[in-house]
Write a protein that binds this ligand. Sequence first.
Ligand SMILES: [Zn+2]
Length: 106
Amino acid sequence: MAQKIKRGDTVLVIAGDDRGTISKVKRVFPKKKTAIVENVRVVKKHMRARQPGEVSGIVEMEAPIHLSNLMLVCPHCSEPTRVGFRIREDGTKVRYCKQCQEDIDE
Ligand SMILES: [Zn+2]
C-alpha cells in the first residue's frame, strides 16, 4: 500500500480533541498507521533526568494519531483533500490532489 501521508505534509485533523487543527507531520509510523503531528495530541510526561544534561520535570510530547484521523491539505489549492496516485512516464509514483489534480510530490 502506498503511503498517503508523509513527513513534512500539512494535514487537517478530522477526529478527536484536536479536530479542526491544521499542522505539520513530524513522523509517520507506516506499520502502525499512525503519525506524530506538531502540537496535536500533546501529552505531558513526567521525566526524570538519568544522565547529566538531561532535564527533569514535565515535558510536553505529541502522542501518535491514527492516519485515518488526518486529511492531507493540498499545497496547491490549500484544501483538505483525498489523495490519489499516478505513475509518471519515468516510472515514479506520485501523489496527486483529487480536488485540483495537481501533483503533491515534486
Ligand atoms: Zn489541490
